[in-house]
Design a protein around this ligand. Structure first.
Ligand SMILES: [Fe+2]
Length: 233
């Protein structure tokens, strides 16, 4: 039996985590949240493990980097997937809340978790969940642009993600402090943003962060909506 492949790659420029997943060497693979500049690295890993990339997922429309979805689609003909609320013009498959995504021997369940953006989805795979920017390690995604809402984020966090089994591993789309994963239990108990007693208290925190816009935002958001490839950026 080939052993499970789970590669967590880090993009230093945007602090993005990208995940390459497969049930084993020589089998189908899936990539979550690829960064366009790192396409060649992904292709090399896929080739060295003899993987066939069949699906790529973006957890949401990213504002801080150009997605690798479209370049990977151009290179491998893989299916581009986002949740049904995505406003991308080029997605091949838009999936609904609770719908499953399958590749050889692997199943993921989509969870609609809006708040950071209105097109944010998390993906549950057995003992782990890919939380995008909805739940970060010791943080949560900002809610002040791209149709974000701290009220929706509160529901996504407290009524969806924190209700998963407590030992579920959390794999976010970013980390700025070198942390690689966490658990639902650890975030529930220690994440400073989650130590609130009401939705209004959470909104109060989120509405007063006063963060600057991401440097890449004016380039990344339109590029990700239009589905640009390397020769177009
Ligand atoms: Fe984001």
């Amino acid at each position: 039996m080939p052993s499970m492949i789970f590669e967590q790659l880090f993009d230093t420029k945007s602090s993005t985590y990208t995940y390459i997943i497969s049930s084993g060497k020589g089998r189908e693979a899936l990539i979550i949240d690829p960064v366009i500049e790192n396409t060649e690295d992904y292709i090399k890993i896929l080739e060295s493990l003899e993987l066939k990339l069949v699906k790529v997922i973006d957890t949401h429309i990213h504002a801080d980097h150009v997605s690798g979805l479209n370049e990977l689609n151009k290179r491998t003909n893989c299916t581009r997937i986002m949740g049904e609320k995505s406003k991308s013009e080029v997605i091949d498959l838009k999936i609904k809340d609770n719908e499953k995504i399958e590749i050889e021997n692997i199943k993921l369940k989509a969870m609609y978790t809006p708040g950071h953006t209105d097109c944010s989805y998390s993906y549950l795979m057995n003992d782990r969940v890919f939380t995008g920017d909805t739940l970060l390690i010791n943080g949560t995604g900002r809610t002040d642009f791209q149709s974000g809402s701290p009220y929706d984020a509160y529901d996504s966090l407290f009524n969806r993600l924190l209700k998963l089994p407590q030992k579920t591993l959390v794999y976010p789309a970013h980390d700025y402090n070198g942390e690689k994963n966490s658990t639902i239990e650890n975030e529930r108990n220690n994440n400073p943003r989650l130590q609130v007693s009401s939705k209004d208290e959470y909104a109060e925190i989120m509405n007063n962060l006063n963060l600057a816009n991401p440097k890449m935002m004016d380039v990344a958001v339109p590029a990700n909506l239009k589905g640009l490839t390397l020769d177009q950026i």
